[in-house]
Design a protein around this ligand. Structure first.
Ligand code: APR
Length: 320
C-alpha cells in the first residue's frame, strides 16, 4: 500500500516542524508548499538528510505549485503571518483571510478528499473561512487550538502537582483567544478532578486561578519571549497528534475547532469543542453539559468568535 500523503501549506516555523515530526513518525510522504521560493525546497532537503541518521522512510518535497499537493490525505495549513509582541491573534485577520482564500481554492482544486487542519490565526475565524473557500465538507475541515491550549494547561498542572504529565488530563473549550475556557471540572489528575485536588490541599484556588490565566496567555508569553514570531514546537506537535488520529483511525477524543450544528448550543460556526477524530474526520462533537458558570464563559467566547466571523464577511463579500 502506498504511503499516505501529507501536504503542509506554509513552510515557515510551524510548517518545517510539522514536516520533521511527520517524517520522524513515518506518517507518510510530505509535500511542503510555500510562496517563498526556496524555503520549502530547502527545508525538505534538510529534513530528508536527517533520514539516514534517524532511519525513517518518508519522501520530502518542497514546492510553489499546488499541483504537487494532488491527492493529499491530510493538509495542514500554517500559511499566513504570525503575531509579533503586542499583537493579538485578531490583529492578523485581514492579512490571513486573503491567504485562506488562495489556500482554500488550492485545496479545493487539488486535494478535495483531504482531512484539513488549520493552524493559521485568528484560528476559529480562519478555519471557518477556509471551509467556506474550499467548499470541503465541514467534518473534514477543523482547526488546531484545543490540543495546544490543553497541552499548555496540562504542562502547568503537572509542574504544580509535581506529577507526570501523562496522568494529567485537561481540556480547554471555546475560541483560541483571550476568552478561551479551560475546563476545571473536567480536568483531572488520574481521574481526580481539580476542585477535589484543591480540597485535598494539593494546590490553592489562587494558584489554580493563576494557572488558568497563564494558560489563556500561553501563546502571548511565548511571543513575548521569542520577539520575532510565535510558538511552533507545541503547535506542530498538537496538529500531528490530530493528523495521526485521522490517518490511523484512532478515534481520539481531542478538543479542536470543529463545526457545530447545535452542539453545546452553537449553531453554524466553528469553535473549540471536544471531538472524536477518526477515519471519518471529525466523527463526533462531544455534546457535554456545561454548568451555569461555564456556559456564561463559553457564550462569551463564542460571541468573540462571532465578531471575528462578521469582520471576515465585512472584508470579503463572497463569504456568506
Ligand atoms: N500561501 C502559502 N504560504 C504562504 C502564503 C500563501 N498565500 N502567505 C504566507 N505564506 C507562508 C510564508 O511564506 C511563511 O513561510 O506562510 C509561512 C508562515 O510561516 P511563519 O511566518 O514562520 O509563521 P508560523 O510561526 O509558522 O505560524 C503560521 O500559524 O500559529 C499560527 O499565528 C500563527 O498565523 C500564524 C501561522
Amino acid at each position: 500500500m502506498a504511503r499516505p500523503k501529507i501536504a503542509l501549506i506554509g513552510a515557515g516555523q510551524i510548517g518545517g516542524t510539522l514536516a520533521h515530526l511527520a517524517a520522524l513518525k513515518e506518517l507518510g510522504d510530505v509535500v511542503l508548499f510555500d510562496i517563498a521560493e526556496g524555503t520549502p525546497e530547502g527545508k525538505a532537503l534538510d529534513i530528508a538528510q536527517s533520514g539516514p541518521s534517524e532511519g525513517f522512510d518518508a519522501s520530502l518535497k518542497g514546492t510553489q505549485s499546488y499541483e504537487d499537493i494532488a491527492g493529499a490525505d491530510v493538509c495542514i495549513v500554517t500559511a499566513g503571518v504570525p503575531r509579533k509582541p503586542g499583537m493579538s491573534r485578531d490583529d492578523l485577520l485581514g492579512i490571513n483571510l486573503k491567504v485562506m482564500k488562495s489556500v482554500g481554492e488550492g485545496i479545493r482544486d487539488h486535494a478535495p478528499d483531504a482531512f484539513v487542519i488549520c493552524i493559521t490565526n485568528p484560528l476559529d475565524a480562519m478555519v471557518w473561512a477556509l471551509q467556506q473557500f474550499s467548499g470541503l465538507p465541514a467534518n473534514k475541515v477543523c482547526g488546531m487550538a484545543g490540543v495546544l491550549d490543553s497541552a499548555r494547561f496540562r504542562h502547568f498542572l503537572a509542574e504544580e502537582f509535581n506529577v507526570s504529565m501523562k496522568d494529567v488530563t485537561a481540556f480547554v473549550l471555546g475560541g483560541h483567544g483571550d476568552t478561551m475556557v479551560p475546563s476545571v471540572r473536567y480536568s483531572t489528575v488520574a481521574g481526580i478532578p481539580l476542585p477535589d485536588l484543591v480540597k485535598m490541599g494539593w494546590t490553592t484556588q489562587e494558584r489554580l486561578d493563576a494557572i488558568l490565566q497563564r494558560t489563556r496567555d500561553g501563546g502571548a508569553e511565548i511571543v513575548g519571549l521569542l520577539k520575532t514570531g510565535s510558538a511552533f514546537y507545541a503547535p506542530a506537535t498538537s496538529a500531528i497528534e490530530m493528523a495521526e488520529a485521522y490517518l490511523k483511525d484512532q478515534k481520539r477524543v481531542l478538543p479542536c475547532a470543529a463545526y457545530c450544528d447545535g452542539e453545546l448550543g452553537v449553531k453554524g460556526m466553528y469553535v473549540g469543542v471536544p471531538t472524536v477524530i477518526g477515519a471519518g474526520g471529525i466523527e463526533k462533537v462531544v455534546n457535554i453539559q456545561l454548568n451555569e458558570e461555564e456556559q456564561v464563559m463559553f457564550d462569551n467566547s463564542v460571541n468573540a468568535v462571532k465578531g471575528l466571523v462578521e469582520a471576515c464577511k465585512g472584508i470579503d463579500g463572497t463569504l456568506a
